[in-house]
Design a protein around this ligand. Structure first.
Ligand code: BG6
Length: 493
């Protein structure tokens, strides 16, 4: 999947927030695996920008220690990888730090200072300071050359997203901006496109004539993991639904693009977002349900409720669970509900897309009413298992004419094929300049537009939130969103 115009590989890769969680948990391991796979360009230099007191040598030792612990890294490859790093100590809002950065980027060993990737692995509040300071030090120039990678959430609502975008575009062209949603780097998510558009068997079923409803679940068993300063202001809607789950919805809902290239694919995703039926103020309750976890049992562990997590505001009503219902009012999907849900401290970590098919017109094989017949399902599990299967009926062996559900399994990874981390795929795309799996601004904008009425309505209801016990499947009250009386959440792959 390449853009037609293949850009030059970068010679410098600057990580803002290099000492933070994202860098040590995701970016360093993924970049190291790219080194192992021989995918990092010769001469690519990393600059770790952080607030802590390291120098080049101690930072390189730190990188080695992190990678040894996290991915059992060792040997000459690890040495080569660590030696690509320089460390620059600086404050994100200090213009002088960017002058220093420019000096590091132009060090003689690297030749001319050209083609840099700036990766913003920092809190959204700091984005604008970095963007302005890069420009102040002349690091956004020449226009059109460098790449800037922006982590989600992109803004906190539609207005702030538009402002952030205007600021970016003051200094960078759209083709230089890589807005990351790491769900798009997951293999099953990409496989969804292959599953849908490479199989004649599937495509005819993929519409309102055969699909009863769609469920998209991203459940996590963890809590907010010491991220209260960010999460308490964001909540599950901004943290997960507006981006990761909406992206999954667009990939399920989109029409086949004319070609598998960035703009063609994104155009189709945007059409889906534009077709989502707007939620009026009066119908927010019928379309969205929020709740917060209270203390409970997560596996063998007794865990605290959200309000008792360190850093959460007293009596916070931030949601840690959201379930929502959307309709895509177009030719393919009119009338088919898409149920989305995500939550922290649920029974287990599980991400999946499940499409329930309609019942056949007549039940011939059992003396049970048609409505109680197990429906057919198409299930795509994204994690922890990466699998796809169809659930269909076949005859139960024996004298009676009974049926049972069997699975047609289309799982695609064999035991000796290692799973890729989403960041590995996406970081390589940044280096190669391929924007297919990144988010264009109109996608962000439309996704905010879809959820905006819910955000605004909830912002006025600040005195109450439903709760659910940690370690379960979330609040039962969320079932009120279902259209069909026989609809329930699917909690297993
Ligand atoms: C991040 C959210 O974008 O995605 C986190 O900020 C969440 O709150 C994480 O835990 C989930 O990602 P994954 O890949 O573990 O499903």
């Amino acid at each position: 999947m390449f853009d037609q115009e293949i850009p030059l590989p970068p010679c410098n890769f600057v990580i803002f927030g290099a000492t933070g969680n994202l860098a040590s948990n995701k970016l360093l391991p993924a970049l190291y695996r790219l080194e192992l796979a021989g995918k990092l360009p010769e001469g690519l230099n990393f600059v770790a920008f952080g607030r802590r007191e390291w120098d080049d040598a101690s930072w390189r030792d730190n990188v080695k220690a992190i990678l040894t612990k996290k991915v059992n890294a060792e040997g000459p490859t690890l040495d080569r990888f660590a030696s690509r790093f320089d460390y620059l100590r600086g404050e994100l809002n200090d213009p002088q730090a960017y002058v220093d950065l420019k000096a590091v980027l132009c060090k003689p060993k690297l030749g001319v200072c050209s083609n840099v990737v700036f990766y913003l692995a920092i809190k959204p509040n700091d984005f604008s300071a970095v963007i302005k300071n890069l420009d102040g030090a002349g690091l956004s120039k020449p226009r059109g050359l460098h790449r800037i990678v922006v982590e989600k959430p992109f803004g906190v609502d539609i207005e702030s997203a538009q402002m952030l975008n205007q600021l970016l575009h003051r200094y960078f062209d759209e083709k230089q901006v890589f807005r990351i949603d790491h769900y798009l780097g997951k293999e099953t998510v990409q496989n969804l496109l292959v599953f849908r558009f490479a199989n004649t068997l599937i495509e005819p079923l993929w519409n309102r004539n055969y699909i009863d409803h769609v469920q998209i679940t991203v459940a996590e068993d963890v809590g907010i993991e010491m991220r209260a300063d960010y999460y308490d202001k964001a909540g599950a809607l901004r943290d997960m639904l507006q981006n990761h789950l909406m992206q999954l919805l667009t990939l399920v809902g989109m029409e086949p693009p004319p070609a598998l290239e960035a703009d063609a694919l994104i155009d189709e995703k945007v059409k889906v977002l534009r077709s989502i039926r707007p939620i009026s103020k009066r119908s927010v309750h019928a379309h969205a349900f929020r709740a917060q976890y209270k203390a409970g049992q997560s596996g063998a562990e007794q865990v605290a409720g959200y309000q008792d997590e360190a850093g959460v505001e007293l009596e916070s009503v931030t949601e840690t669970y959201i379930a929502a219902k959307f309709y895509i009012d177009n030719w393919r999907w009119r009338g088919v509900p898409f149920y989305l849900r995500t939550g922290k401290r649920l029974k287990k970590s599980l991400s999946m897309i499940a499409l329930r098919l309609r019942h056949p017109p007549q039940q011939l094989f059992r003396e049970t009413p048609l409505e109680t017949l197990e429906p057919n399902w198409i299930v795509l599990s994204i994690q922890p298992e990466e699998s796809m299967h169809l659930e269909i009926h076949a005859k139960q062996p024996g004298l009676d004419m009974d049926t049972r559900v069997v699975r047609l399994n289309a799982s695609f990874r064999t035991a000796d094929e290692n799973p890729l981390d989403a960041y590995e795929t996406l970081l390589l795309d940044v280096i190669e300049g391929d924007r297919t799996l990144f988010i264009r601004f109109d996608e962000v904008e439309w996704a905010w537009r879809v959820v905006d009425p819910i955000l605004k309505y909830w912002a006025q209801e600040r005195d109450f939130i439903h709760t659910y016990a940690a370690g379960g499947w979330g609040p039962l009250e969320a079932n009120r969103l279902f259209d069909g009386e026989d609809t329930e959440w699917r909690n297993e792959v």
